[in-house]
Design a protein around this ligand. Structure first.
Ligand SMILES: [Zn+2]
Length: 262
């Protein structure tokens, strides 16, 4: 007699085992735009939630190269320096989840063809790019979009889901004269820039802020996948010196929005 132990290793079981009452991202076709500090950690959480498994697809879009100064707050490390971020991240994810359908699109986000995806996640943190993507994928080309970003030098993390053409886009969070309609914190958002000298300017915040932004993103995506996308605008204040100003809710689209208006 030889005892036989059987263990399940299929992707569906792995994604569902730890969240039996939640929807997963299996079978979903998702494009993650931006494989930087937020996108790197988010790619890992998406694969843990089943993205790219069971007939699904996860495309990683970024034309940037990982440099040594990125490593302090990036999912990737020195073994990926000077590689394209999307390509290196896809390779890293496939090493740990070899059965998933993950691939890199190492191109400019505006040049990528994303119309066939069920969800485009903008983790670039670039406000203007978000507006351009919204304009590109509106009307008959509409694609649901999730935008995730860090505000100020790690003061708060936010996520906005636009799962229908009637929902507010990121430009709708500002009035037509660009005043914040749903501020993250009470009072003025501090401005902090580093990189004065040899580096170009950047907003300093620790990897922990990016991880929490990624957590916010994957939570709203699994809620969307399960058919419960509310609240579409979510905020988490990380700096205890500030008070949240806007509760999580579904913001309304502004009339004649320059980005999502038709
Ligand atoms: Zn809008």
């Amino acid at each position: 007699m030889t005892p036989v132990h059987c263990v399940r290793i299929d992707d569906a079981y792995i994604a569902q085992r730890n969240a039996p009452d939640q929807a997963t991202l299996a079978r979903r076709r998702i494009a993650l735009v931006g494989c930087g500090t937020i996108g790197g950690f988010l790619a890992e959480l998406l694969t843990k939630a089943g993205a790219g498994s069971d007939g699904g697809e996860l495309a990683l879009v970024d034309n940037d190269v990982l440099l040594p100064q990125n490593i302090g707050r990036h999912r990737l490390g020195f073994n990926s320096v000077l590689k394209n971020k999307a390509t290196a991240l896809a390779e890293e994810m496939l090493r740990s989840m070899p059965g998933t359908n993950i691939h890199a699109l190492p191109v400019d986000a505006m040049q990528a063809h994303l119309a066939g995806f069920e969800m485009v996640v903008n983790a670039t943190g670039e406000e203007a790019l978000g507006h351009l993507l919204t304009r590109k994928y509106r009307g008959s080309q509409f694609v649901p979009m999730l935008t995730i970003w860090v505000e100020g030098p790690g003061v708060a993390v936010r996520a906005l889901l636009r799962d229908s053409p009637l929902a507010a886009c990121t430009r709708c969070l500002l009035s037509l004269d660009r005043q914040p309609l749903y501020p993250a914190i009470e009072g003025e958002m501090p401005v902090g820039l580093a990189g004065h000298g040899c580096e170009s300017l950047y907003v300093p915040f620790p990897a922990s802020a990016s991880v929490q932004a990624a957590c916010l993103g994957v939570n709203i995506l699994t809620a969307w996948s399960g058919g419960s996308p509310t609240a579409r605008l979510r905020t988490q204040v990380l700096d205890g010196h500030f008070c949240a100003a806007t509760p999580d809710h579904d913001p309304v689209a502004i009339t004649d929005c320059p980005a999502c208006g038709t």
